[in-house]
Design a protein around this ligand. Sequence first.
Ligand code: BTN
Length: 250
Amino acid sequence: MSLDAAHVEPMLRGSFGRPYVFVESCTSTQDLLHDSRLPEGAVAVADHQSGGRGRSGRTWEDTPGEALLLSLLLRPRPSPHLAQLALVAGHATAEAVSHATGLETALKWPNDVLLDDAKVAGILLEAHADTVVCGIGVNVLQPVARLPAGAMPAASLRTATGTSVERSALLVELLARLEDAYRSWQDDGLRQLLPALEARNWLRGRRVVAEGEHGVADTIAADGRLRVQLDAGGTLLAASGEVTLAVRAP
Ligand code: BTN
């Protein structure tokens, strides 16, 4: 089923997704939302990106028509806590993937969405002046052979469920969940979202390297930072997304 506007717009439940732009192919959907006249909630979706971007300068590969690739324009109130949007978007994506699959999702802090310990969705936030462009890529229809290779094992909703999830239904659900989570965050910070974030906290209890220090990941703090109990003693509150799993010596 198509992701074009004629099919998707009648299914939208809130204000996210208005206006809605669909292109078959582009470099990156992140680059389609730079018009300063666009309102919060504007969304760009593509069937294929030739230059999809991931976090930390990585690329995000897709095969045409098999992934959900979207960018959402946000105009948050000025805040020292904009990094929390990573958790907000991760929460909404995890909820939408659980809804679409009937499976429990986990969140690898801050916002990789996992099914059965394998990554099915990634999120990239890019800030420009007073806007934040939230880009989300979900592996939906890829068979095992076409899953992207990366540091984490990857899965798609197809490989996890054995069925084909409809991308347009997933998109509409995701936009509704994003709007709810974002409004909650604008009104109340992370307070209402924290219990669900902690329930999905996949890193808790795992060995990690955070800001160059080795330790064991713990709970998510009220401000969204990840607590890490350091091998050297003490607790580090990790603010950046670059917490990596520690590779054990053989
Ligand atoms: C990551 O896990 O590294 C983040 C991946 C984000 C990919 C999405 S796909 C839609 C949007 N456009 C991009 O170029 N990147 C994001």
